[in-house]
Design a protein around this ligand. Structure first.
Ligand code: HH2
Length: 264
């Protein structure tokens, strides 16, 4: 999954793709490099960020989604939003799935939209809100794997009981969203527990602050090697979708893993 942030303020690539032609060109480049999904977002959810009004999100993402769809009829497009109205408009513009970092909690209408449209939906774990989730270094967990797993299973059951088909659900431990630095490493180490639920697992580690903490690298764009290590661990654990900024090196790394795993 290649990331396309149509935002002025995303933590690592803010303002690079606010111009629609530049956004579409970046999407096409990621597809050419091997991205199997393009994730289009109009709201940064970095720690400390504030919500973006729905009209503004729609203005940012819908023309870009429509333009990508016009150039490429095949590659699935997801819309990264917590808003039902943004999801609805994005699906009308040509998106195929909804990536909701609130796991359908923020907008009471979201579950109806994804159930009615019968589209895929990512349920992500987050403790707190983007605005407050990393205050004081992040919340404290007794057992982060058990707690995140229980949350995601609970949200999946709730979505199913509200009409979302089980086969449309994707789960995501939400690296960096209300986690202490070491929680992110623990979640990656025990990703097999999430895979064992039977739901496809999405992992988004790309360029995040915990990688910067391990490698002592404050600049997000300089965190490629750490991001590749996380992606490799996620792939080996059986993650179905890896959300990344740097598609080309990630795809090449995954091809190499695939070749080794298919050797006699
Ligand atoms: N991470 C970010 C945004 N959306 N969605 C899912 N499902 N999983 C993630 O880990 C995830 C996500 C944050 O990364 P990015 O989009 O690069 O930054 P920003 O929120 O600042 O736009």
């Amino acid at each position: 999954m290649g990331i396309l942030n149509v935002t002025p303020d995303s933590f690592s690539d803010g303002a690079l793709y606010t111009d629609p032609p530049a956004a579409v060109a970046h999407a096409m480049r990621m597809v050419a490099e091997g991205a199997g999904i393009v994730d289009v977002g109009g709201e940064s959810t970095r720690p400390g960020s504030l919500p973006v009004p729905e009209d503004e999100q729609i203005r940012r993402v819908c023309p870009v989604i429509a333009a990508i769809r016009a150039q490429d009829a095949r590659t699935p497009i997801s819309v990264d939003t917590r808003s039902a109205r943004v999801a609805h408009e994005a699906l009308d513009a040509g998106a195929d799935l909804v990536n909701d970092v609130s796991a359908l909690r923020d907008d009471p209408d979201m579950v109806r939209v994804v159930a009615r449209r019968a589209c895929g939906v990512v349920l992500m774990h987050m403790r707190g809100t983007p605005t407050d989730m990393q205050r004081g270094g992040g919340p404290v967990y007794e057992d982060v794997v058990e707690e995140v797993l229980a949350f995601l299973q609970d949200r999946a059951r709730w979505a199913e009981s509200n009409g979302v088909a089980a086969q449309h659900l994707i789960i995501d431990p939400g690296l960096g969203f209300g986690k202490r630095f070491e929680d992110n490493l623990t979640l990656l180490r025990h990703l097999d527990r999430f895979v064992a639920t039977g739901h496809p697992v999405l992992v988004g580690a790309s360029r995040k602050a915990f990688i910067g903490a391990v490698l002592n690298q404050p600049v997000p764009r300089e965190r490629l090697e750490g991001s590749l290590a996380c992606a490799a661990i996620a792939a080996l654990a059986g993650a179905a979708i890896i959300r990344v900024h740097d598609v080309d090196p990630t795809v090449r790394m995954l091809h190499m893993i695939h070749a080794i795993r298919n050797a006699r």
